[in-house]
Design a protein around this ligand. Structure first.
Ligand SMILES: *Cc1c(COP(=O)(O)O)cnc(C)c1O
Length: 366
């Protein structure tokens, strides 16, 4: 039987493994040279902003909220069409996530909907660069400035994405990246916070290290959010490969775009003006019968998955009565196809022929 083409391909190359083993043998495992070097090198990706490495993307969202003093009584505007960590970070501070609808083209937070969600309690807004497409930061920053609230970018899926040639992670008060294995680069587990504010950067370093800079001098209440040096070493080798791997994702997406354009019943992803998409996911819409379509692809051994089938305002932990029609439609229609750098030309051809065959069958049945 032919192999399944996986929808994601978490990869660790020999150079990543060698780097990890070198650090393990060195014995310098925590808050050593590798973490500092990783922060320094990552800073090149975000125009020299301060970089604070942490143990996950979730921690990278949570700590800036804490550092800005956001907590009980505050509201934070976020999309419901995202991974739950965006909402979890808000709730873990004691603040309340307020869900606003998405733009149906980019799948990212809609600035008009976000504006309508602002109240006197709004303390921050967290746009998500979903699937690797930058959110509409121009309009969202205008909104944030007008109300004097913080904007934190959830860039967990968008390493090296750009908007009008400027990298994501350089727009907000702070930004959060994730290095979970399926992300565009990984460190097994890990995250990075970026900020231009040196005072906030210092607070974040304290928050990640149980509130201390000097040992046993606890200036504030903090958590243990540290990244270890073994993982940081993997992050460094992965960072060096990010440009080539991003180019591969874009080439694969261009191939799929060309092959799937104009096919009745499905729509390839669209890129907004000035958006430098990095295709963490290649997410199409299937007008009708998405679940059966996905099942048919899986039976033909083409991996695919739904991000996200249950929007957060409908999931038990975060349920609200928010009216989010674009979010609900997206959750019913989206389907992510493989786009990762591990695909060969033959894989792409098989993805295309399988998708076209099932799209035609749907049309004939309709
Ligand atoms: C992966 C992800 C996170 C959380 O990152 P972890 O490293 O898994 O904690 C947050 N937001 C979004 C949009 C993500 O995709």
């Amino acid at each position: 039987m032919i192999d399944v083409i996986p929808v994601a391909s978490p990869h660790l190359d020999e150079d990543d493994i060698t780097a990890a083993v070198r650090v393990l043998r060195s014995g310098a495992l925590v808050q050593g040279r590798e973490v500092a070097a990783f922060e320094d090198e990552f800073s090149d990706l975000v125009d020299g902003r301060h970089c604070i490495a942490v143990n996950s993307g979730t921690t990278a969202l949570w700590l800036p909220l804490l550092g800005l003093g956001i907590g009980p009584g505050d509201e934070v505007i976020i999309p419901a069409f995202t991974f739950a960590a965006t909402a979890a970070a808000v709730r873990l501070t004691g603040a309340t996530p307020v869900f606003a609808d998405i733009d149906p083209v980019s799948f990212c937070l809609d600035p008009t909907a976000a504006a309508e969600a602002v109240t006197s309690r709004t303390a921050a807004i967290i746009p998500v660069h979903l699937f690797g497409h930058p959110a509409d930061l121009g309009a969202l920053l205008t909104l944030a400035r007008r109300h004097g609230i913080a904007l934190i970018e959830d860039a967990a899926q968008a390493h090296a994405a750009t908007l009008h040639a400027r990298p994501v992670g350089t727009f907000g008060t702070a930004a959060a990246f994730s290095f979970y294995p399926t992300k565009n680069m990984q460190s097994v587990e890990g995250g990075m916070i970026t900020t231009a504010d040196p005072g906030l950067a210092r607070t974040l370093r304290l928050l990640r290290n149980v509130g201390m800079e000097t040992r046993y001098c606890h200036e504030i209440v903090g958590t243990n959010g540290r990244l270890n040096d073994v993982f940081a070493a993997i992050g460094r080798t992965q960072l060096r490969k990010l440009p080539a791997r991003t180019a591969a994702r874009r080439a694969h997406a261009a191939h799929l775009d060309a092959a799937l354009a104009g096919v009745a019943g499905i729509s390839p992803p669209t890129t907004g003006i000035g958006a430098g998409h990095v295709y963490h996911q290649y997410t199409i819409r299937v007008d009708d019968g998405r679940d059966a379509f996905a099942q048919a692809l899986l039976e033909d051994r083409v991996g695919c998955s739904v991000h996200y089938p249950v929007p957060l305002h409908r999931s038990p932990a975060y349920r609200t009565a928010a009216h989010l029609p674009h979010t609900d439609t997206a959750a019913a229609q989206v389907l992510s196809l493989p786009v990762h750098p591990g695909l060969a030309r033959a894989d792409l051809d098989r993805i295309v022929t399988t998708v076209l065959r099932h799209a035609r069958r749907e049309q004939l049945a309709a």
